[in-house]
Design a protein around this ligand. Structure first.
Ligand code: SF4
Length: 422
């Protein structure tokens, strides 16, 4: 297929595809899907081999947000029965992080609900970062605290943060339909602040919110333009009690095409399979490892993922390997450029700002369709709270049909006395 040959050639050269080529990936047929995955796999292997980076979420502060992001279970007025609590103490967060590190995570993503941190919050998170780094040598820490004010990114960098996550989530054109309490420009501004402070920028999207193919291509092109080092691709987890609760409109095939498009547009960047992979990709998750080079381990911010051990088994069974703490995630051209200059670039261009630590490059949280640009709240292996029953499936499904009967959002810890991130 000429399209795929062209995209592979461009990906190997870190050359930006055209918008038409990116749209054409989303328009491929199910008969072409394995060819699309294989083509994206060639680009993935060129820059990341068969390594899979594991990221682990610690939800520092959950729920009770004054913002109104439609996809978020923590939003203003959310009726979702999620865990709600205020800031974890540094030692509690460090303890939670240690569980993820023990499961193989090389990055810890510290997420807090809210519009953005106060300077006091930044100091508190700084102490948390110090506690985590003291107890987990070589671990990368990414903060995800919402919109940043002047000087806050620098303070987080001084405290030892390697990266900052803030997702664009969707295209500029549709952002106003998703959130009214802040703007797309606010989000871009925060990613730029993080980048300018020398933090590795992590910014991604949420698919499945009713957007068009053009919206998806727009947001991924914007992420390349912003030179994010990591791009979490979330698939909406439609939480009961949120305005998007009925938006079950993704198939596994559609998810794979979206991931492939992101890989072709951002070939040498950490493309992370983030929130919603279990409910939307389901048994097709292992195929996605041929496209992405990073996933979250275990649960999400307010909902459950698959067990951490199942993630590790899936990686091994699919012939991939967990990336070790001593390995630099991003290709050398991006790492070298980041050492020389903290900003610049374009995600195929090699101008990324890196986390600066010897521990390697960076990325951050992703969003469980999720919080603050944030991601899941996860953990490996851990005590899954009592789950809601999964509805019985019909005897046979049409190929490629939507399977909302198969999916159920399992709230993390709801109705139990499970400790946050236990
Ligand atoms: S995404 Fe973040 S800012 Fe938006 S409602 Fe959720 S917690 Fe608040």
């Amino acid at each position: 297929m000429d399209l795929l040959n062209t995209l592979v050639d461009k990906g190997l050269r870190r050359e930006l595809p055209t918008r038409e080529e990116a749209l054409a990936v989303l328009a491929t047929s199910d008969d072409e899907l394995l060819d699309v995955v294989a083509a994206a796999g060639k680009v993935r292997r060129q820059w990341f081999g068969r390594r899979v980076k594991l990221n682990y979420l610690v939800n520092l502060k959950s729920g009770l947000c004054p913002e109104d992001c439609s996809y978020c279970s923590q939003r203003l007025g959310s009726k979702a029965e999620i865990l709600k609590y205020t800031w974890l103490k540094p030692e509690e967060a460090s303890q939670a992080a240690a569980a993820g590190v023990a499961g193989g995570a090389k990055r810890v993503c510290l997420v807090a609900s809210g519009r953005g941190p106060t300077d006091r919050d930044v100091e508190r998170v700084g102490r948390t970062i110090e506690a985590i780094k003291e107890q987990n040598e070589g671990i990368e820490v990414c903060a995800c605290l919402g919109l940043l004010s002047d000087g806050q990114a620098e303070k987080l960098r001084e405290a030892g943060a390697d990266a900052y996550n803030h997702n664009l989530n969707t295209s500029e054109a549709t952002y106003g339909q998703i959130t009214k309490t802040h703007t797309y420009a606010d989000r871009v501004d925060t990613v730029e602040k993080a980048h300018a402070a020398g933090l590795s920028a992590c910014s991604g999207l949420i698919a499945g919110m009713g957007e068009t193919d053009e919206d998806l291509v727009d947001v991924v092109f914007s992420l390349r333009e912003l030179d994010a080092d990591s791009v979490p691709v979330n698939f909406l987890i439609p939480f009961e009690g949120t305005p998007l609760a009925k938006e079950w409109n993704l198939t596994p095939q559609r998810c794979l095409r979206i991931l492939a498009m992101a890989r072709f547009v951002c070939p040498d960047v950490e493309v992370r399979l983030a929130g919603g992979r279990e409910v939307h990709l389901r048994s097709m998750q292992p195929l996605a490892l041929n496209i992405v080079n990073s996933i979250f381990l275990g649960d999400y911010l307010t909902s459950e993922g698959q067990a951490g051990q199942a993630d590790l088994d899936m990686i091994a069974d699919a012939g991939f390997e967990v990336e070790g703490a001593g390995t630099t995630t991003l290709p050398a051209h991006r790492s070298d450029a980041a050492d020389a200059a903290p900003s610049g670039g374009g995600c195929g261009s090699g101008g990324a700002s890196l986390c600066g630590s010897g521990a390697g490059a960076a990325s951050a949280s992703g969003g469980e369709a999720a919080g603050c640009g944030s991601a899941c709240g996860g953990c490996s292996g851990h005590a899954h709270a009592e789950a809601e029953p999964v509805p019985a499936q019909p005897a046979q499904a049409e190929p490629g049909a939507l399977r909302s009967d198969l999916v159920a959002v399992r709230r993390r810890g709801a109705g139990t006395d499970i400790a946050p991130n236990a």
